[in-house]
Design a protein around this ligand. Structure first.
Ligand code: UGA
Length: 447
C-alpha cells in the first residue's frame, strides 16, 4: 500500500472520462470530474432522468448539484447521452456507477455492473481504464476484467465515500481517495483525476480497496448501533445521551461525527453494505459476530421506537391517529430506500394506527385525498404540511431530522391534536420548550 499526497504527486491534466449511470453516485462524480476540468460524458439510459438533466433539472435532491452541473454544461466539460457505447468513445477512463442492489441472500446483485461492462467492453479505446465506483464485493475488479476480456484494458477499484445530501461537498473535498488495482500505475492514474482535491491518496490492490469500502460503512453502522444502544442505556439509568455524546466526542479518537442517536440507521448503503459484508464473511467462513450484533441492534432500535409510540398512546396504537413527520432516511435527501422512517410508519399502520404522514420531499406527489400511490407508502395517509398531519392525532412522531420541524408553530400543533404528545426519534426538538407548551415529550436517551 502507498499513501500519497494527491496534490503533490497527482497530475492535474485534463482527461476524457465516461461515467455510466446518473444516480446518487454517478451524477455528483461526473459533475465533480467536469468541475476539475476533465471532459466528461455522462450516460443515463432512463429517458425521464436524462430529459430532466438536459433541461437543467436535477433528478435527485442534492445541495449545490444543480449549480455544479450547470457550470460544467456551460463550460462544455460535461454532456449527457442515452448511450453508454457512445459515452465511452474516446474515453481514457470509464466509471461504472450503476446500482448494485441486494440479492435475497444478502449478497450484492452485480448484474448491472456486469451488463454495463459487457455493453461497453468491445467499444473501449485501446488502453482504457475502467473504474468500479459502485460498491462491489471483494473480487469484482477481477470479474469486470474477465467480462471485458481485453488484456489492454485495466480495471481499478475506486470506492465512493460521499453521503447523500452532501454529495457535492463530499466529492469536492473528500477525506481520502482510495484506488486499488493489480496495476499500481493504472490505480495512480485514476487517483490523478482527483488531484485537485488535494486529498490523501491510498494506492493499494483491488481486493483491499473493495474491503475498505465495506469496512468503512460497516464501521459507521456499528458506531451508530453503539450510540443507539448507549441511548437506550441512558434511559434506564437516567443519564442524558446528549451530554454523554459530548463527553465522548471531545475524545479525538472517537470524534463528534455519527454520534446522533436516531430511529435506526438506514438508506441505500449502510443496511445493504453491512448485510453484504456479513454475507462475504460467512461465505469465507469468518465469524463476524460483532457486525451481526450491530445489524440486530438496529432492528431492536426500530422496535424500541414503535414501543415508545405505543407507550405515548397508552399502550396501543390500534385505531389511534398517529402523525409521522419525515419519511426520508435522513434529512436533505429525497431518498426513502431502506428508510427507518418509512419502516416505522408502516409498522404503526400494521398495528392498526391511522398514520398521517408529512415529508417535505413527498408532499404534492400524491392525490389530495391523501391516498398514496408509491408502494412503500401504501397504507399511509399523506398530508400537505405538519399541521395537517397532526390534526386529530394523539402523538406526533418525528422520524427524520428536517430542520423545518424545529420551526413549526407548536401552539398550533397542540391545538389541532387530540392530545399533545411528541415522540422525537431524532432528538430534534427542545424538550423543555415543547413541555412548556403542554406536550408530553419522549426523545431517544433524553430526560
Ligand atoms: C453512507 C456513508 O456515510 C458514505 O460515506 C458512503 O459513501 C455512502 O453510505 C455510500 O456507501 O454510498 P449515506 O447512506 O448517504 O452515506 O448516509 P449517512 O449520512 O451515512 O447516514 C446513514 C444513516 O445513519 C441514516 O439513516 C442517518 O439518519 C443515520 N445517522 C447518521 C444517524 O442516525 N446518526 C448520525 O449521527 C449519523
Amino acid at each position: 500500500m502507498t499513501i500519497r499526497s494527491n496534490s503533490r504527486h497527482g497530475r492535474n491534466e485534463s482527461r476524457t472520462v465516461a461515467v455510466i449511470g446518473a444516480g446518487y453516485v454517478g451524477l455528483p462524480t461526473a459533475a465533480t470530474l467536469a468541475h476539475f476540468g476533465h471532459r466528461v460524458v455522462l450516460a443515463e439510459r432512463d429517458e425521464s432522468r436524462l430529459a430532466a438533466l438536459r433541461s437543467g433539472k436535477m433528478p435527485i435532491v442534492e445541495a449545490g448539484l444543480d449549480d455544479l452541473v450547470a457550470e460544467s454544461v456551460l463550460t462544455r466539460t460535461l454532456r449527457f447521452t442515452a448511450s453508454a457505447v457512445e459515452a465511452v468513445q474516446g474515453a481514457e477512463f470509464v466509471f461504472l456507477c450503476v446500482p448494485t442492489p441486494q440479492s435475497d441472500d444478502g449478497s450484492a446483485d452485480l448484474s448491472y455492473v456486469e451488463s454495463a461492462a459487457k455493453e461497453v467492453g468491445e467499444q473501449l479505446m485501446p488502453g482504457a481504464i475502467v473504474v468500479n465506483k459502485s460498491t462491489v464485493p471483494v473480487g469484482s475488479a477481477t470479474m469486470v476484467e474477465e467480462v471485458i476480456g481485453r488484456p489492454d484494458v485495466r480495471v481499478v477499484s475506486n470506492p465512493e465515500f460521499l453521503r447523500e445530501g452532501s454529495a457535492v461537498q463530499d466529492s469536492l473535498h473528500p477525506d481520502r481517495l482510495v484506488v486499488g488495482a493489480d496495476d499500481a500505475q493504472a490505480a495512480a492514474l485514476v487517483g490523478g483525476l482527483f488531484a485537485a482535491t488535494g486529498a490523501p491518496l491510498i494506492v493499494t490492490d483491488a481486493t483491499t480497496s473493495e474491503t475498505i469500502k465495506y469496512a468503512s460503512n460497516a464501521f459507521l453502522a456499528t458506531k451508530l448501533s453503539y450510540v443507539n444502544a448507549v441511548a437506550g442505556l441512558c434511559e434506564v439509568v437516567g443519564a442524558d445521551v446528549r451530554d454523554v455524546m459530548l463527553g465522548l466526542g471531545y475524545d479525538k479518537r472517537i470524534g463528534f461525527e455519527f454520534l446522533r442517536p436516531g430511529p435506526g440507521w438506514g438508506g441505500s448503503c449502510l443496511p445493504k453494505d453491512t448485510r453484504a459484508l456479513l454475507h462475504i464473511a460467512r461465505e469465507a467462513g469468518y465469524d463476524f459476530s460483532l457486525l451481526a450484533g450491530a445489524i440486530d441492534s438496529n432492528e431492536q432500535q426500530l422496535v424500541r421506537v414503535v414501543a415508545k409510540v405505543e407507550a405515548a398512546c397508552r399502550g396501543s396504537v390500534e385505531g389511534v391517529t398517529v402523525a409521522v413527520w419525515g419519511l426520508t432516511f435522513k434529512a436533505n435527501t429525497d431518498d426513502r430506500r431502506d428508510s427507518p422512517s418509512v419502516e416505522i410508519a408502516g409498522r404503526l399502520a400494521a398495528l392498526g394506527a391511522v398514520v398521517q404522514v408529512f415529508d417535505p420531499t413527498v408532499s404534492g406527489e400524491f392525490p389530495a385525498d391523501g391516498e398514496t400511490v408509491a408502494d412503500d407508502l401504501r397504507g399511509l395517509q399523506l398530508r400537505a404540511d405538519p399541521y395537517e398531519a397532526a390534526t386529530g392525532a394523539s402523538v406526533v412522531v418525528v422520524l427524520t431530522e428536517w430542520d423545518e420541524f424545529r420551526w413549526v408553530d407548536f401552539t398550533r400543533v397542540a391545538s389541532v391534536m387530540a392530545s399533545p404528545s411528541i415522540v422525537d426519534a431524532r432528538n430534534l426538538l427542545d424538550p423543555a420548550a415543547v413541555r412548556r407548551m403542554g406536550f408530553t415529550y419522549d426523545g431517544i436517551g433524553r430526560r
